[in-house]
Design a protein around this ligand. Structure first.
Ligand code: SF4
Ligand code: SF4
Length: 68
């Protein structure tokens, strides 16, 4: 299982990372609102992450860090 970390307060909730993940790991938090007023990304199923890095590459704001 890879380690995922998020700069949550800078996420703009665009969902690009959610859509690109092949393992359906990510979601936009239904409850949380960050400092920018967006629902930020979170790992709903972190145990499914294969560490492919696609989410980190896709994010325009470099919010996601993937460590294998
Ligand atoms: S590294 Fe790959 S599998 Fe893991 S959350 Fe990102 S896109 Fe999904
Ligand atoms: S982490 Fe990046 S790609 Fe994912 S929702 Fe936030 S801003 Fe968009």
């Amino acid at each position: 299982m890879a380690k995922l970390t998020f700069k949550t307060d800078n996420c703009k909730g665009c969902g690009l990372c959610v859509d690109v993940c092949p393992k359906d790991v990510l979601r936009l938090s239904p409850e949380k609102i960050n400092k920018k007023g967006h629902h930020p990304v979170e790992a709903a199923r972190p145990e499914q992450c294969i560490g492919c890095g696609s989410c980190a590459i896709m994010c325009p704001d470099f919010i996601i860090k993937v460590e294998r």
